[in-house]
Ligand binder design. Structure first.
Ligand code: 1GP
Length: 271
């Protein structure tokens, strides 16, 4: 079974932390079928978590259809693996986790949700507003919340603009330390350092290191990471999980995507 209770998902996230890969699927950029194909390729390559969401263009309909299509594809692959002694069923038990733009883009079928506070937003809506709107429906739907501090760094991209973020620059290691400590004291499960989807520069290693040294939260890093070497630098600086979204969207052929992500993950994990 895919992990879906809070303790199971957190145990899973911690057990796999350390040079682990997350594929981010934006329902605004792919049909549910294409999204499912991409996730099968990614999990075959070694991805261990699937995020579904985007900063714009997502709603309940396209998010829910995408989550369900991915879960069905994973279940089919798991069943196929069960018929072959050489394959592992558990490799397909990968959680499908919402990474939402707001309370209007949720799915009741998701295994979990990154229930985030955009801590450096100047807009109350992204610190507590959307969360208050979404909490009760999520609870009724039994979608597991993974509480997450979300820190957006320059250049920030669409999420920086939409989220009205007071972006952290490369010289803001001190501020990152303050925010990371604050995130730990809030009791969050996760801390995500974000440069923005498609960023021309990823989160600098010194900021990752500052976060790593000042809190004991599981650390996720993403935005503008397009190759395994850059991912390795993030891991060496302290990232537990690395997210890629745009990279995945460049390859229409699932076999090619699997090959590219396999190389990416091997490179990310090399010492
Ligand atoms: C965006 O960090 C993620 O929220 C992924 O960014 O699309 O640049 O990989 P990319």
């Amino acid at each position: 079974m895919r992990p879906s209770t809070h303790s199971d998902v957190i145990s899973y996230v911690r057990a796999h932390a350390g040079a682990a890969h997350i594929i981010l699927i934006d329902p605004d950029d792919a049909t549910p079928d294409v999204a499912a194909q991409r996730c099968v390729a990614a999990v075959s390559a070694g991805s261990r978590m699937i995020f579904v969401g985007g900063s714009s263009g997502t709603d309940e309909d396209n998010v829910h259809a995408t989550v369900v299509a991915i879960q069905e594809a994973l279940e089919l692959c798991k069943w196929n693996a069960s018929q072959d002694a050489g394959l592992s069923e558990t490799d397909w038990e990968v959680p499908v986790v919402l990474f939402p733009q707001g309370a209007a883009a949720l799915s009741t079928s998701a295994d979990a949700i990154t229930f985030m506070m955009l801590m450096n937003s100047l807009d109350r809506r992204f610190i507590i507003g959307e969360q208050v709107t979404g909490a009760l429906p999520l609870k009724k739907a039994n979608v597991t919340p993974l509480s997450m501090g979300y820190l957006v760094c320059a250049p920030g991209g669409v999420v920086g603009e939409v989220g009205n973020a007071d972006l952290f620059g490369p010289d803001d290691a001190d501020k990152i330390q303050e925010y990371a400590t604050c995130a730990e004291y809030f009791g969050f499960d996760l801390l995500y350092l974000e440069a923005g989807s498609g960023a021309n520069t990823p989160v600098p290693p010194n900021l990752i290191q500052a976060a790593r040294e000042s809190c004991n939260l599981t650390l996720i890093v993403g935005g503008g990471i397009r190759d395994g070497q850059t991912a390795r630098q993030a891991v060496q600086a302290g990232a537990d999980w690395v997210v890629t979204g745009n990279l995945t969207e460049q390859f229409d052929d699932p076999d090619e995507l699997q090959r590219i992500l396999s190389e990416f993950i091997i490179n990310m994990r090399s010492t």
